[in-house]
Design a protein around this ligand. Sequence first.
Ligand code: IFM
Length: 483
Amino acid sequence: MAAPPLPQPEASFETRFPADFAWGAATAAFQIEGATRADGRGVSIWDTFSATPGHVIGGGTGEPASDHYRRYTEDVALLKSLGIGNYRFSLAWPRIQPDGTGPGNPAGLDFYDRLVDELLAGGIEPWPTLYHWDLPQPLEDAGGWPARDTALRFADYAETVYGRLGDRVGTWCTVNEPWVIAFLGYASGEHAPGRREPASALAAVHHLLLAHGLAAAAIRDPGVPGAPAVGIALNPQPIRPHSGSVADLDAARRVDGVRNRIFLDPLYHGRYPDDVQADLAGVSDFAFVRDGDLPAIAAPLDFLGVNYYSPASVTGAAGAVDRELLEPDGADPSPLVGCENVGLLSGAAPRTDQDWEVDASGLTELLVRLAVDYPGTPLYVTENGASYRDEIGDDGAVHDPRRVSYLDQHVRAAHAALAAGAPVKGYFVWSLLDNFEWAYGYRERFGIIYVDYDTQRRIVKDSGRWYGRLASTGAVPPLDGSA
Ligand code: IFM
């Protein structure tokens, strides 16, 4: 007699997330909106920087980007059709305060008001970020983030935005990736405003954290109705020593200091780490820290946003650092201020088309480390994704199996962190749309939706369908997207 059929394992072995896990997609204003001169928008540092020849690959600027300012209803409809229930976007400060100060520009506020209403009508939760790198140019002219006043201006801007949207938006992210803003904007000069002043970069670190703290207080002001959740999105990176040698371990400590702990320790412990301050003593005396700043910065976070792309492997070995120095020719300042004589090593792991290492284990490592070293805060992966230079196939579709595989590996890595006890509450793919990838211009494509920049036609990629299925079921689908 034939044996009875065995139970099918799929249902019990699938990777399934909790029912209340937040699935979302992320974008940023300057990268998608276009319409840089519409409705009274002022000039941002990225308008200025990208207009300068040589700063952006291919000469790309914020025009046309993905023309989202005019096509936002179509984009919200796409989110809805994919079953993605959360949308993380940023507001362009120069649309709200064209000069960086003063009363809100009604037309700029109206745009985000309409966007929020459109999202809510579609059953999609809005997750605004107040600052994703597009500083009003007049504020840079007045000193930029190294100037303390910029943090005070930011709090005022946050209050203006909250006053308009706070009745419908419950979750707020203040600043996106202060490491990038401070170190790529003010130390290496690869990003706007393109300054190469290591001491200014450290002042920018502090004023960005202060801006976060002051904005969080403005949003949580008990005089305003509602109890909003406020967090910040960092891009902490697992820093792995190449070996157990003293030199490599010390290199990893130093890089972890300026990459991660310089932000996390003030936010969680209300102080800059002693070893980081000692490492940076030749660059800055931290005199920019004033009484009351650190308690403002350390007000408890309602959540921490974690943007993850890849880990880094570092060495402090004298011979090894000659192979790939963080300061390759000694002329270009390194974004890793205070980490002289540290080498960054390339591993054998596969790489994206942007040449970023693909290593999902780094996401598990990072989330678990945050849960252990900085406990007590819900963690959201507020960005994760990959650039592959997709093309439209003969069948008119965009097949992007490498991105599906990347996302599959990384959501499983987030699940592993959850299983290990890290309080991971959500995941946002970067990005909803192909968009302007900063100094890389339009060459890189991170979207789960393809954008034809000539026509602005949107085509949902295979990864978009795969991710939509994940977002609507909470279970990781098969790689081929089949049922
Ligand atoms: O496109 C960026 C985004 O603006 C911030 N985080 C990293 C992404 C990919 O580089």
